[in-house]
Design a protein around this ligand. Sequence first.
Ligand code: AMP
Ligand code: GLY
Length: 427
Amino acid sequence: MKVLLVGSGGREHALAWKLAQSPRLSKLYVAPGNAGIADLAECLPLAAEDVEGLVGFAKTNAIDFVIVGPEAPLTLGLADRLIESGIKVFGPRAGAAQLEGSKAFMKDLAAKAGIPTAWYGRFTDAEKAKAFIREKGAPIVVKASGLAAGKGVILCPSLEEALDAVDLMMVKREFGAAGDEIVIEEFLMGEEASFFALCDGHRAVPFAAAQDHKAVGDGDTGPNTGGMGAYSPAPVVTPALEAEIMARIVSPAVKGMAEQGCPFTGVLFAGLMIGKDGPKLIEFNVRFGDPECQVLMSRLEGDLLEILLAAAEGRLDQAKISWKPDTALVVVMAAQGYPGSYKKGTVIEGLQEAGTVEGVTVFHAGTKALDGQILANGGRVLGVTATGATVKQAQSRAYQAVGRLNWPEGFCRRDIGWRAVAREEKA
Ligand code: AMP
Ligand code: GLY
């Protein structure tokens, strides 16, 4: 089977690594890929958002199956175009990708389907938004409705901050068109978890849970990032909680989307807040998490290609999903300055040595190869991923591998997995 994988992050390196283990794979192309992916697949000079280029390549090269990593091409209609051309695809059509592409759409669906989530209001008028904020009080959360590269969420402890956030989005237009409509919602308390379910349009099956670390600094301090590390399984998501998440959040969403004429195919990623009164939905994403995907792929035992194909072909009941008993943990190495401005082009050494630590795989994110060297080429650059019998063991292996890297211009958090390690030590 000839497969085209779209994307260039650590998520896509992990997907490519797992796909390469499938006996059914005959050829893997990745657009555009990165230096790590280039060891496993043929990388193409096509951007992930180049819908026309990707569809053209798939048609000309008789691609059997396209797997889409990031959300942007999905919201641009890549899956629709491929399906119209008779090419199988893992990932939702644009109508269903609105679950991530429009927070207002997601909140309306949750309200209609009775999914537990924060109360909310949606606004295209700044004065009405401010009146709502004054009525509800602080703390409160202000969100740009559209895609804003993970930056469009402002948690506001005070009324003044919330009113300023409205001005930032709607008057100063900091996030451009993504902030033309905003969602204002309840500030939820609790512990966050990422839950992944595979969907084939009408059916949803649980895949796995993970927890990530969004803040840049140790102790969950500093600005939010795309994610500085993650681990899976997430001990906070017990089997009973998983059943509740499927019954109250995932299944009603999949049913509601099908009823609206937008059946959801792909991976539905529910960002959850686990609080006193059970799990509440923070947001839906229509793709695997990054870096959560790196730990999921490290634990997955089954054939990823078969599983994703079963979802795309509407026969998820036949998918054989099984997991290693291990815990997996990923430590993200980022370029100094991230999530603010950072330098590109610095040299990374010690990758081979890091990869020889037992249970460790180093996934690349923003890297590029030049004259036999690996250079940093983005904010998040490497995902040092380890499996172990316990969280503590996976953590210690990952940091041992980090210690073998020689990249003075990079940094990582030193406490990835602290919640799970504390739970493990208490048990
Ligand atoms: P999002 O981009 O919607 O995932 O939001 C980014 C992060 O902001 C989430 O991972 C949470 O940590 C936080 N967040 C978003 N919405 C809420 C909320 N309603 N209450 C508390 N925290 C939130
Ligand atoms: N790590 C969170 C995300 O991928 O959105």
